[in-house]
Design a protein around this ligand. Structure first.
Ligand SMILES: Nc1ncnc2c1ncn2[C@@H]1O[C@H](COP(=O)(O)OP(=O)(O)OP(=O)(O)O)[C@@H](O)[C@H]1O
Ligand SMILES: [Mg+2]
Length: 271
């Protein structure tokens, strides 16, 4: 029962203690503030977590088919990657970096665990379509066709990926210019380009179908420091200015110095 006292009502709280109406008002306000904060936090978490994660590696393990039963190349790896960020995956030789890229690119399937791209498990996706539209791959050895010209290599990739646009050649030259290659190089055979120039063509080729994610295996491994810096600048711009998720497998400290996040892989038996 509430008593009236100086316009300040006194009643029992839920533990049976006498409390004034003012105290109740303060408590109600506090409760409301806490619940508002909780709501705000929940909305924030909802907006920042799974939405921005483009790629999630969840407890992934991989064992090659010809390996012993417990000889895993990768064991229980869990990494998250966001759009608009640049990542390095670092680890000594044999720690499974290339294996992990094969899993991410859908060339191999996890023995255990799973890979989720844009909220969908690779297990439930058409992997040809995924590789032809969502993900661009840059190899250490460039993997270009040496007797074809730079522009032909890029157009070939557009054709192989079923890109239906007019003026593929012009688009290829545009991509070459974007990665710092003059248009005059367009008709030069890849064989006659330097290592750094070939790597630029390989990056331009990986961009030919505008993928959301780019993965690169030791992309600067064969390049001098200055060229490495220039190539890294291209990757950085793709992440920070074009909102792509860029993942670079590397041994290079230069790469690790400029990325947003480094993931370390350890030998399975060292874990
Ligand atoms: N095709 C294969 N069959 C069986 N085992 C393999 C195969 N390819 C790689 N491995 C093994 O899997 C492990 C990881 O190899 P992976 O090539 O992924 O390492 P990495 O970190 O890329 O090494 P590096 O830095 O030397 O390129 C190694 O122990 C390797 O011997
Ligand atoms: Mg490797």
């Amino acid at each position: 029962m509430a008593n009236k006292k100086n316009n300040n009502y006194v009643s029992k709280d839920n533990l049976g203690k006498n409390v004034s109406q003012n105290e109740i008002k303060v408590k109600n306000k506090e409760n409301k503030d806490v619940s508002n904060q909780k709501e705000k936090k929940e909305v924030k978490e909802k907006n920042t977590s799974p939405k921005d994660i483009i790629l999630r590696i969840k407890n992934a393990s991989y064992r090659y088919s010809d390996a012993e039963e417990d000889d895993y190349a990768l064991k229980n790896v869990s990494f998250d990657f966001e759009s608009g960020k640049l990542y390095a995956i670092r680890g000594r030789s044999g720690t499974g970096k290339t294996t992990l890229l094969s899993l991410i690119s859908g060339l191999e399937k996890c023995t255990e665990g799973e890979i989720i791209f844009d909220g969908k498990s690779l297990k439930d996706m058409n992997l040809d379509k995924y590789r032809n539209s969502d993900i661009g791959i840059v190899f250490q050895s460039y993997n270009l066709l040496p007797f074809m010209t730079a522009v032909e290599n890029i157009v070939l990739s557009m054709d192989a990926n079923g890109l239906k646009i007019k003026n593929k050649k012009e688009k290829a030259i545009e991509l070459m210019e974007k990665v710092g290659l003059k248009a005059s190089y367009a008709n030069r055979k890849v064989l006659r380009l330097s290592g750094g120039e070939q790597q630029r063509v390989a990056i331009a080729r990986s961009l030919s179908y505008n993928p959301k994610m780019i993965i690169a295996d030791e992309p600067t491994g064969n390049l001098d420091k200055q060229t490495e810096t220039e190539i890294l600048d291209i990757f950085k711009k793709l992440a920070h200015e074009e909102n792509k998720c860029v993942i670079i497998v590397t041994h290079s400290q230069n790469v690790c110095d400029i990325v947003d996040k480094i993931y370390d892989l350890k030998k399975v038996q060292e874990k």
